[in-house]
Structures are given as structure tokens and as C-alpha cells.
Design a protein around this ligand. Structure first.
Ligand code: ZN
Length: 144
């Protein structure tokens, strides 16, 4: 499972609201305990750099990723996941997500936002062998 604080979930939801009707996106930084367990310590909101339609696709700023990776070098933290929103779509990977499978090794967090109001946020992991996404548990925990 991926563990977020309520404040981090709010940051992800606020990014979805701010970007609406475009997709928001960003990186999740934290501790990678194992393949199945991550604790998020920081949410980094990114501009959506996609050259496709920003209403149904996203690309995290490569410069942001580069800067964060440099910052995290020799620390115990890592990029553990990324997030994006689905304006007027479900909190589930889209056909385009499957096509692009951006950073498949990371945990995918997707927030549904309808008519500017945030809905469900869910997490997924891409299985390269199965070529599909499976649900990944999110836990919201205070103070870590
Ligand atoms: Zn998507």
C-alpha cells in the first residue's frame, strides 16, 4: 500500500481543482519500504507538459523530475509514484494511460474530478507482464 497524509491527499485534490478542465500531474516522493509498501513524504505538483490534449493526457515536467532526482541523491527518499487527474473521467487508468504507461515502475495515483469537484482518488500499479493496471491500496494516515 501507499501511505499518504490527509494533507498530501488535499494537495493532490487541490492540483486537480486548479488544473481543471485540464489534467493535473505531479510526483510523489517518499520512502520505498518494499515493492508493496511506500510512505509519501512530499507531493511535487508539475505543470502538464504534454503535447497532446491536456484534457485527457499528461506529461510530468522532465526538468522537475531531474531536479528532484538530483536532490534525493544520497538520501533515503526516492520518487515512489506519480499522480494525475481525470477531468470528467473515472479514478481509473484510461486507454491512453495504458498506451503511454508513463513510468510503469511507479505507483499511479488518479483523481476523478467532475464539473470541477474532486471525487475519488485511487492508486494502481502497471504489470508489465500482464500489460494492464491493477488496483493498489491507498492508506490515509495522520502524522508520519
Ligand atoms: Zn489518465
Amino acid at each position: 500500500m501507499i501511505i499518504l497524509t490527509p494533507e498530501q491527499l488535499s494537495e493532490i485534490e487541490d492540483a486537480a481543482t486548479a488544473a481543471y478542465p485540464k489534467e493535473s500531474c505531479g510526483l510523489l516522493i517518499g520512502q520505498q519500504h518494499s515493492k508493496n509498501s511506500q510512505t509519501v513524504t512530499r507531493v511535487a505538483v508539475s505543470p502538464n507538459k504534454t503535447e497532446n490534449d491536456t484534457r485527457d493526457s499528461f506529461e510530468i515536467d522532465p526538468q522537475l523530475r531531474f531536479d528532484i532526482m538530483r536532490e534525493l541523491k544520497d538520501t533515503s527518499e526516492d520518487i515512489v509514484g506519480h499522480f494525475h487527474s481525470h477531468p470528467n473521467g473515472p479514478a481509473h487508468p484510461s486507454a491512453r494511460d495504458l498506451e503511454q504507461a508513463w513510468e510503469p515502475a511507479l505507483i499511479w495515483v488518479i483523481t476523478s474530478i467532475k464539473d470541477g469537484t474532486v471525487g475519488e482518488t485511487a492508486a494502481f500499479r502497471y504489470d508489465e507482464k500482464e500489460r494492464q493496471f491493477s488496483n493498489f491500496e491507498i492508506e490515509i494516515a495522520v502524522g508520519h
